[in-house]
Design a protein around this ligand. Structure first.
Ligand code: 6PG
Length: 245
């Protein structure tokens, strides 16, 4: 695992976007299957990407998928797809044929199956699991990632690419990518900012599989953590390797 720590959220975001663009520049001609997370953190990334890095991104070589989705329709303010559409997709030249949203309006069990079939059909299968090129993850202050919350760790080892989960704080049902799928990706990138994330970042950067986010960070093939100083404030630097960015 390597970490990139920046003084501000915006600097962290810039480094993250430029890292993804660099990954694509390193493999010209390759189509990248990228899975996006939701929550509030990615909003700044979508906005900056659309407004300041649109011209240097090969949008025709990106296929967007989602890590998870709340079981709400796309026009709902809670929709992860809805936020990405409003801030990013509506402003960049990506074909909607290359945007694969999770349909939060569908029956959760049916949608988890439908979406699992879509990714199985469209992505390479490696080690009996679909392989994403990049998976962007957030982390909750309770240690969750994707929509794999503490107490729902069975989702870390599900055979399905996507499964039904629920937010334990409000009961909201969700569709989430499962742990095996996340671990199978070529690049797992955490994007975590803010003082309230210092504890979960400490878990991610130190040893021990305390919560789902830490488990993923410690078992994925290639993990990067982009964070600001506040989120990194409790990280003991001697355990981490810093990204040369
Ligand atoms: C979601 C996300 C979730 C998120 C964390 C952090 O749908 O909410 O996928 O895993 O990344 O909860 O959320 P914030 O960015 O809002 O802190």
């Amino acid at each position: 695992m390597k970490i990139s720590v920046s003084p501000s959220v915006i600097e962290t975001t810039r480094k993250l976007i430029l890292h993804i663009i660099q990954l694509m520049d390193n493999e010209p001609g390759k189509v990248f299957n990228i899975a996006l997370s939701g929550g509030s953190t990615p909003a700044i990334m979508f906005d900056l990407w659309a407004n300041e890095y649109k011209q240097i991104t090969s949008w025709n070589r990106i296929k967007f998928f989602w890590v998870d989705e709340r079981c709400v329709p796309p026009e709902d303010s809670d929709s992860n797809y809805g936020v990405a559409r409003a801030l990013l997709l509506a402003h960049v030249p990506i074909s909607y044929e290359n945007v694969f949203r999770i349909k939060g309006e569908n029956t959760p069990e049916d949608e988890a199956l439908r979406y699992s079939r879509i990714v199985a059909k469209r992505l390479p299968i490696v080690n009996h699991s679909v392989k994403f090129d990049v998976i962007l993850l957030g982390a909750g202050d309770d240690g969750h990632t994707a929509s794999i919350f503490p107490g729902q760790e069975h989702l870390l080892s599900s055979d399905l690419a996507y499964s039904v989960a629920f937010n334990p704080y409000n009961g909201q049902r969700r569709i989430t990518m499962t742990g095996n799928t996340i671990l199978n990706a070529d690049n797992v990138i955490f994007f975590v900012t803010g003082k309230n994330k210092a504890n979960v970042v400490k878990e991610i950067c130190d040893s021990g599989d305390m919560g789902p986010a830490a488990y993923i960070a410690h078992h994925a093939k290639h993990v990067l953590v982009f964070m600001d100083d506040l989120a990194a404030s409790e990280v003991d630097g001697k355990f981490c390797e810093y990204l040369n960015d």
